[in-house]
Design a protein around this ligand. Sequence first.
Ligand code: FES
Ligand code: FES
Length: 185
Amino acid sequence: MTPTRPIHLTVNGQAHRCAVAPRQHLVDFLREDLGLTGSHLGCEHGVCGACSVRLDGQVVRGCLVLAVQADGRSVETIEGLTDGGTARDLQDAFVARNALQCGYCTSGMLMAAAELLHAQPHATREEVRVWMSGNYCRCTGYQAIVDAVCDVLISRKAAEVLISRKTAEVLTSPKIAAGTQRAAS
Ligand code: FES
Ligand code: FES
């Protein structure tokens, strides 16, 4: 019988205490032990990105990280990302742009795209292409995926501009200005 090691980690905000084989990979642990099957196994060599998950906020290849290395750390899978609702616009854009067919790569693509939106909210199309090039899709082709990510970059930027305009309008409205003057006198 393979010896096991106890680990304690948080997955999608939920604490888990488990015993794992020292050589079990994180993605296998998530899929087989926790039933979180959204992260997929493709190449198992760190190349395709299908197994992408967040470890302490950083996207990593789940096939290159051992479950024991996640001890005491926080993991977020595609289930956590999508249940949280923060990737809703990204998911919608993938559907609208037909950026998936079999869907095998999609969880990894969404993890990578969500990280890009956070790290480079003003990325150009070329930067999106470079960023997403670490994830492989075997059936859709990449144009539609890049289109979907660019759509979200544009719509989030537009929303940001609208919010700053509204905030400026509120701050310069006569009522607020009068209130500020009264408070200062
Ligand atoms: S399965 Fe991990 S990178 Fe391909
Ligand atoms: S949609 Fe099939 S691998 Fe990408």
